[in-house]
Design a protein around this ligand. Structure first.
Ligand code: AMP
Ligand code: MG
Length: 507
């Protein structure tokens, strides 16, 4: 079957695009059409044959019901019966818009459309083309997302074409979907209205209108064994490469992902990462895609599927994604992201730091001093503490003035020769500290495994901004000053390390 691409405002054989599509629907055919959430695959909701064709084209399990789309609130009674007042209150506030209500089914809606259930899902989309199509067809339109089952939902006509060309009669092209994630599904047949699928209309939004609203526990836990929306039990939204979601503090997440990328690269694999715009500079992957700003969650919702699909065109084996805050719209984002990942999730904070490396320019002065001081301090966990130089031409011994200051302060000095920092020194549990910003930059530029997630200026990391003077060529007194400021800064570091240690123990 040839799939017609219908551009809105275009005319085909003397008929305008929507009129043409409406006729296809009336004749029992399938048309993918734009909505504000994602593109839908539409057929006549009252025609059992159309419903069967939809399931077949998508490869969708037949127990996964379709959403019935209406164009006017008055049409609600054509799809549902025993409609409670709250449905009309919600319609007044949120329709047209990304809210789907589950109600008792009208007899005119066949069970093929509702996946065998006595209830029906209804929505009035906020897209004029969609509403016009419904009105001109003279039917209610049943439509799931217009993707092959299991793939990310389509947010433009090209996504639909890639999945369904040759399997459906037509696609109406109306550019990008504004919202980008599927509607919030609210079940109004239970005692307390219950969210079965989170969307950009949040629980708080709904509660403002109708009071208490519950959330199906299957969508907030990792255990999805028995969700109330049949469709939520299937693996969904998945890109071709395997996806892993990494949660934790932003730096730790970046460090973990960067280190995985390096390991995979050494095995010949290419990796992509999905990150918030603000965090993108911390990453060193083969392909880094920014999904939007943390300040604008609706931007992340809008871009997510499209980015998952973009990765399908790249030759990559693995995708890592940062994790996002999971309240409000974030709950919908995390629900889709974790489903796309098949719930593969890692907590980067649990990867504890085991090696601390102080790095200086030549590795024979402030960095071994810092390493020696930290080794002399009491920490409630053992760390491997090293010092390295960015460029070490000779294995220089310790600067004699450093040695004098250290022994003068009762700190033992071991046999020491400077060593150059290399990628072999760094793994996912390593943290690197420099005394100066310019050193940090050079390290990150020079070494594949150093990045903004594991390489820090010491004083910035501890947040005291105390300047650690470069004593090179100065008096013994200046070396003493340097000792004092490093010591003070390391005391703050010990506090931070011990704190994160006790957090780990609490888990
Ligand atoms: P899609 O249109 O692809 O976004 O999928 C529609 C979603 O709505 C699926 O998760 C369905 O399980 C859910 N759904 C549709 N009708 C019902 C219903 N009567 N009861 C519960 N969930 C439903
Ligand atoms: Mg879907």
């Amino acid at each position: 079957m040839e799939t017609l691409i219908l551009k809105v405002d275009e005319s085909i054989d003397g008929q305008d695009a929507i009129e043409k599509a409406a006729k296809i629907i009336r004749d029992g055919g399938l048309v993918a059409f734009p909505t504000e959430t994602v593109y839908g695959l539409g057929g006549d909701a009252t025609n059992a044959r159309s419903a069967r064709r939809i399931y077949k084209a998508k490869g969708r399990p037949s127990d996964n019901p379709l959403i019935v789309h209406i164009a006017r609130v008055e049409q609600l009674a054509e799809a549902a019966e025993d409609i409670p007042d709250v449905a009309y209150e919600l319609a007044k506030t949120f329709w047209p818009g990304p809210l789907t209500m589950i109600l008792k089914k009208q007899r005119s809606i066949p069970r093929n459309t509702t996946g065998g259930l006595d209830t029906v899902a209804v929505r009035l989309p906020d897209n004029e083309v969609a509403r016009e199509l419904i009105l001109q067809s003279g039917r209610l339109i049943a439509a799931p997302s217009a993707n092959v089952s299991g793939r990310p939902s389509p947010t433009n006509a090209k996504h639909v074409y890639n999945d369904l060309a040759g399997k459906i009669d037509a696609i109406i092209d109306d550019g990008d979907s504004v919202v980008g994630l599927e509607s919030t599904i609210l079940d109004l047949t239970s005692d307390i209205p219950m969210i079965l699928r989170p969307g950009v209309i949040t629980r708080a939004d709904l509660e403002q209108v109708i009071g208490r609203v519950g959330v199906d526990s299957a969508i907030i836990s990792d255990d999805e064994s028995n969700p109330k929306a049949p469709g939520m039990k299937y693996r969904h939204y998945a890109p071709k490469a395997s996806l892993v979601v990494v949660e934790g503090d932003a730096y730790r997440v970046a460090n973990y992902i960067n280190s995985q990328v390096c390991d995979l690269r050494s095995e010949g694999h290419k990796t992509g990462v999905i990150v918030a715009e603000e965090n993108a500079p911390m990453y060193k992957a083969d392909i880094v895609k920014s999904v939007g700003s943390l300040e604008h969650e609706e931007e992340i919702a809008h871009n997510l599927y499209s980015i998952l699909r973009e990765f399908d065109n790249e030759d990559i084996d693995r995708i890592y994604s940062e994790s996002f805050n999971d309240d409000g719209i974030g709950q919908a984002i995390m629900n889709r992201l974790l489903k796309a990942a098949g719930h593969r999730k890692v907590n980067a904070n649990q990867e504890s730091i085991t090696r601390i490396i102080f790095v200086g320019k030549n590795g024979a002065s402030r960095s071994p001093m810092a390493a020696a001081i930290l080794k002399s301090m009491e920490l409630n966990k053992d760390y491997e503490i090293l010092s390295r130089g960015i460029l070490v031409q000779f294995p220089e011994p310790l600067n004699p003035k450093i040695e004098a200051v250290l022994t003068g302060n009762g700190i033992e000095v071991e046999d020491f020769h400077a060593k150059e920092l290399s990628d072999e020194d760094i793994n996912s549990t390593t943290i690197l500290f420099t005394m100066e910003e310019s050193h940090k930059k050079r390290i990150i530029d020079k070494l594949a495994k150093a990045n903004e997630g594991n390489t820090f200026v010491l004083s910035t990391y501890v947040g005291n901004e105390l300047e650690i003077p470069n004593p090179y060529g100065g008096s013994l007194q200046l070396y003493g000053l340097c000792f004092e400021s490093i010591k003070k800064t390391l005391e703050d570091l010990v506090n931070i390390l011990d704190q994160s240690r006790s957090k780990e123990e609490l888990k």
